[in-house]
Design a protein around this ligand. Structure first.
Ligand code: MRU
Length: 346
């Protein structure tokens, strides 16, 4: 089953806010609803957001009353801006919006635009699955039999259209018969690890142990981690990596302990227009995500407490052992090897 798909003229997605308690799909009928779903994280994970934005553009074309090509293109520009304003860090969103807009501009009538946009959105979604499978095969070659893998956030089928990036690597290693064990970071404050990664690994029958984020350093220092695998929301041209908040700490501790640290990304996550990670916009989410937690049914944080909630951090490229892509593993000097990987996809 796909995380997001086109279904009977609507955008259908798994509502990830309800997992693991409830598995439910929602059908979205206009671009405002798609934007809201991305903002609220009914759908999340960089590649899944990209595919959703592609379908959002197709939906905008289908729901627009415009008869003329230029009027439809103007509606699509507006839809693009609505989608682009949802979440700033994952570059896949802007990448998919630009890709669909380019395709629309090449069509010569309103009808042709509508047909072309749906085909392009479908291609983005289909490619995502095959890209992840290729990436998984390259990554699995790095995983020794019997390895313990530390993983942060959720990078599985739910974060993509299907299969996953870093968790796709885990899945591929498992499918090859390697014995792997995953240490799953809870990933506060939204708990994508505890809720979504634990759920996916359970479904796939891959052995794992859930740990509090604060325990990761202990497991690394005491020799209980062989490799750290994460996804990414944007990789700058020099190999700096923006990913879920907490990733930077993992990378530093991994290097301190001689443990390889591999971000696993489709090349659509690499932003060659940004020279370094300092230029990556970091999403600041609502303080409620931090303060609203409950324990034994009770609110944990006193009312009125101020909280900061950056959703991502940047890991400088010196902590990166290599970046696994669908075109192979990019090793330092990343500025050179990443550019080559991206070019191979064009
Ligand atoms: O805030 P989220 O849940 O969208 O953040 C997701 C991540 O940080 C993932 O690691 C990243 O998008 C890569 S998913 C294949």
């Amino acid at each position: 089953m796909r995380t997001v798909e086109w279904h009977a003229g609507k955008v259908r997605m798994i509502d990830q806010r309800l997992l693991p308690a409830e598995f439910c799909q929602i059908d979205l009928e206009d671009v405002a609803a798609v934007a809201q779903a991305i903002r609220d994280m009914a759908v999340r994970g960089a590649p899944a957001i990209g595919a959703t934005a592609g379908f959002g553009m197709a939906l905008a074309a289908h729901t627009s009353p415009a008869d003329e090509r230029d009027a439809l293109l103007a509606d699509l520009e507006r839809a693009a801006n609505v989608l682009l304003a949802t979440r700033p860090t994952a570059v896949n969103l802007a990448w998919a919006v630009k890709r669909t807009l380019r395709r629309a501009e090449a069509a010569d009538s309103a009808d042709a635009i509508r047909t072309a946009l749906l085909a392009e959105a479908q291609a983005i979604a289909d490619e995502d699955v095959t890209i992840n499978q290729r990436l998984g095969a390259f990554g699995a070659a790095l995983i020794p039999d019997g390895a313990t893998i530390l993983h942060h956030c959720n990078t599985g089928a739910l974060a993509t259209v299907d299969y996953g990036t870093a968790l796709g690597v885990v899945r591929a290693a498992h499918e090859q018969g390697k014995r792997v064990h995953v240490l799953v970071d809870e990933t506060r404050p939204r708990l994508q690890g505890a809720r979504l990664t634990a759920w996916e690994l359970q479904q796939a029958g891959i052995p794992f142990t859930l740990i509090a984020d604060n325990a990761a350093g202990h497991f690394m220092r005491t020799g209980q981690v062989d490799v750290v695998l994460v996804g990414a929301d944007r990789v700058a041209a020099n190999g700096d990596v923006a990913n879920k908040i907490g990733t930077y700490k993992l990378a530093v501790v991994a290097k301190e302990n001689g443990i390889p640290f591999y971000p696993c990304v489709p090349t659509s996550t690499v932003d060659l227009d940004l020279p370094t990670g300092d230029d990556i916009p970091i999403e600041e989410r609502s303080a409620d995500e931090v303060t609203g937690i409950t324990f034994h049914g009770q609110r944990v944080v006193p009312e009125g407490v101020r909280a900061a909630n950056p959703a991502f951090d940047v890991t400088p490229h010196r902590y990166v052992t290599g970046i696994v892509t669908e075109n192979g593993v990019a090793y330092p000097p990343l500025a050179m090897t990443l550019a080559r990987m991206v070019k191979e996809s064009q």
